[in-house]
Design a protein around this ligand. Structure first.
Ligand SMILES: *[C@@H]1O[C@H](CO)[C@@H](O)[C@H](O)[C@H]1NC(C)=O
Ligand SMILES: *[C@@H]1O[C@H](CO)[C@@H](O)[C@H](O)[C@H]1NC(C)=O
Ligand SMILES: *[C@@H]1O[C@H](CO)[C@@H](O)[C@H](O)[C@H]1NC(C)=O
Ligand SMILES: *[C@@H]1O[C@H](CO)[C@@H](O)[C@H](O)[C@H]1NC(C)=O
Ligand SMILES: *[C@@H]1O[C@H](CO)[C@@H](O)[C@H](O)[C@H]1NC(C)=O
Ligand SMILES: *[C@@H]1O[C@H](CO)[C@@H](O)[C@H](O)[C@H]1NC(C)=O
Ligand SMILES: *[C@@H]1O[C@H](CO)[C@@H](O)[C@H](O)[C@H]1NC(C)=O
Ligand SMILES: *[C@@H]1O[C@H](CO)[C@@H](O)[C@H](O)[C@H]1NC(C)=O
Ligand SMILES: *[C@@H]1O[C@H](CO)[C@@H](O)[C@H](O)[C@H]1NC(C)=O
Ligand SMILES: *[C@@H]1O[C@H](CO)[C@@H](O)[C@H](O)[C@H]1NC(C)=O
Length: 510
């Protein structure tokens, strides 16, 4: 944190206005007699991406097989299926879009893949209500061995800004050995950060250095998100030798082919490094790509959302199934991701249980306090059988119990209403009708969908928009336990809302 005098108040107020109400309350301090503002030193460095980015990215489903038709067709489908208006508003083009540099040193788009020219494609994507993301690598080449941006940061940033680019995914391949210490990686990624800033265009900077050199420890002053693991692959929990690390800090060889459970289990150690304007990126979503069953995709999507990972859809929207559209379209889960608190969840416990097909099974309890005082809990069953899972109030409010000089946490003497956030998942019938174009994207359906283009998630949460709160399934009494039956490889996600003090309430009711 940085202490400032009243002369810097104006600048500080600008910064504070970009942070959540929660932060504003905490950082105004006049206890010394002279009014003084304590500026949160690690809010968004460029004022962008205060909640995680959402959108669609080409890599997981299409790899190098990209062209302008794919981008424009998908953008239209995202509109038609209501996904843009659920918040997925970046179209992010990944690797393999260029053919090289021209004699002046500027990148040139592949004219066969992008015959209209990139500026025209980007303008049409903007017209459809999206922002546009480009891709490069902080190396001599991209991972697909097209020209990288190392040494050409200024030219590339200028070109992208002139095209109207809003977002950069910046990879780590062919980095010429400029890694191995946090300082080497910081310096290399900072050159592009400065180059983007100097264009004067607002460009969200998504670092993709796979957690190498622990970016969650140094990147929040230069970037808006940072990958924290090697690349994802479409498997729930199959270990793969190409993804050798099981912990994020100090992982020297991030690799690739990392499963959902591998990436998820790397997050608990670094959750304190998730903040408004800098998110730990668990990598693009695999929902829809066929390698996992429905429960596994529900778990993948829920755990990415609750941990404030960017939510970038990575599947072929043109062939998406109703069930997978329904998973990606759950506004009650997306609202956790877009919550103004911009934090990650905390894993309260993890126990090994019956062996799964790959030699281990486990169950976990995750919790997160939300901006409006609600608490969300996730009961994750990565074991091999359906089981009753239990969350005690003592575990849910562990942090409040251990926050310093002991005091009985008020949360423990309250009754909490429990809302199941998957209860109102769209039926396959409804999702199928949306895909078939026979439902008007739900605008006149009996259960209208949340429209984040019209009403932000923050505003919807403030106004208790029903679509964001799932369905009430019961309550937890003071010091009680919440139990739910959770299927194999599935998760229950519940929002707890305080009823206030039960003792007081009981007297009122008598
Ligand atoms: C801070 O200033 C406000 C307004 O002048 C005052 O109401 C409040 O008591 C002060 N707080 C402290 C801790 O001095
Ligand atoms: C290279 O590309 C840039 C940006 O598109 C353009 O301004 C410049 O004229 C090109 N230079 C040559 C030699 O073609
Ligand atoms: C550039 O950086 C400054 C200082 O961090 C910031 O105030 C400004 O908004 C940034 N501008 C852009 C276009 O990112
Ligand atoms: C997982 O459960 C299935 C179905 O009950 C069973 O056939 C399989 O043997 C179990 N796997 C392991 C590793 O226990
Ligand atoms: C949850 O509690 C029930 C009832 O006490 C018990 O049968 C069950 O084994 C518990 N589940 C776990 C995973 O410990
Ligand atoms: C969507 O269209 C397909 C093909 O015509 C049809 O089989 C299916 O029943 C339709 N689904 C819905 C939910 O209308
Ligand atoms: C929704 O509105 C459209 C156009 O007004 C209409 O054709 C359609 O039948 C309506 N759907 C439902 C489910 O009411
Ligand atoms: C969502 O709201 C926007 C802005 O009001 C509107 O243009 C759009 O059509 C709405 N989307 C849906 C699916 O109703
Ligand atoms: C939203 O619900 C909470 C909890 O029931 C309540 O305290 C609050 O007043 C409600 N807000 C609005 C705007 O209705
Ligand atoms: C709730 O009850 C506890 C214990 O009886 C008491 O200390 C606390 O002040 C009460 N809180 C409210 C908001 O009434």
């Amino acid at each position: 944190m940085v202490r400032t005098t009243i002369s810097q108040l104006l600048a500080a107020v600008t910064l504070l206005s970009k942070t959540s109400a929660y932060q504003q309350r905490r950082y105004i301090d006049n206890s010394s007699g002279t009014p003084e503002v304590i500026v949160p030193g690690a809010s968004s460095y460029n004022g962008l991406n205060l909640v995680p980015q959402m959108g669609w990215n080409t890599w997981n489903a299409f790899h190098c097989d990209v062209d302008e038709d794919l981008l424009l067709t998908t953008a239209q489908q995202l509109v038609d299926y209501g996904l843009r208006d659920l918040g997925y508003n970046y179209i992010s083009l990944d690797d393999c879009w260029s053919i090289g540099r021209n004699l002046s040193g500027y990148l040139v788009e592949n004219p066969i893949k992008f015959p209209s020219g990139m500026p025209s494609v980007i303008a049409r994507i903007h017209d459809l209500g999206f922002k546009f993301g480009i891709y490069s690598s902080a190396g001599l080449f991209t991972c697909g061995r097209y020209p990288g941006s190392l040494g050409y940061e200024k030219e590339d940033a200028e070109l992208w800004a002139s095209w109207g680019v809003d977002y950069l995914k910046y990879d780590n391949c062919f980095n010429q050995g400029q890694s191995g210490t946090p300082k080497l990686s910081f310096d290399r990624y900072n050159v592009m950060s400065q180059a983007l800033n100097q264009t004067g265009r607002e460009i969200v900077y998504a670092m993709c250095n796979w957690g190498n050199d622990d970016p969650y420890d140094w990147a929040y002053t230069i970037a808006n998100s940072g990958r924290m693991s090697g690349d994802i692959y479409d498997s729930f929990n199959r270990p793969d030798d190409r993804c050798p690390c099981t912990e994020a800090p100090g992982c020297a060889w991030p690799g690739f082919h990392c499963s959902i459970m591998n990436i998820l289990n790397k997050i608990p150690a670094i959750t304190s490094r998730t903040m408004s304007g800098y998110f730990n990126d668990m990598d693009g979503l695999e929902v829809g790509n066929g390698g996992q069953d429905d429960n596994e995709y529900v778990s993948h999507f829920s755990m990415w959302a609750i941990n404030s990972s960017p939510l970038m859809i990575g599947t072929n929207i043109g062939t998406i199934s109703p069930a997978n559209l329904a998973i990606l379209s759950n506004p009650a889960i997306i609202a956790l991701n877009q919550d103004p608190s911009a934090g990650a969840a905390i894993r309260k416990w993890r126990y090994m249980v019956d062996p799964d097909d790959y030699g281990q099974g486990e169950i976990q309890l995750w919790t997160r306090v939300l901006d409006n005082g609600d608490t969300v809990i996730a009961l994750l069953n990565a074991g091999n059988m359906t089981r009753m899972m239990n969350a005690t109030m003592d575990d849910i409010f562990l942090d409040q119990r251990t926050a310093g000089a002991y005091r009985a946490p008020p949360e423990l003497s309250q009754t909490w209403d429990v809302y199941d956030l998957w209860a109102n998942r769209m039926t396959d019938q409804e999702a199928g009708a949306i895909i078939n174009g026979t439902s008007g994207a739900g605008s006149n359906a009996t259960n209208p969908r949340f429209n984040a283009t019209a009403t932000s998630y923050a505003e919807g949460l403030r106004n208790n928009a029903t679509a964001l709160f799932g369905s009430r399934t019961g309550s937890i009494a003071p010091s009680g336990t919440f139990s739910a039956e959770i299927a194999r490889h599935s998760v229950g996600v519940y929002r707890l809302r305080s009823q206030g003090n039960t003792s007081t309430r009981k007297r009122d009711e008598l």
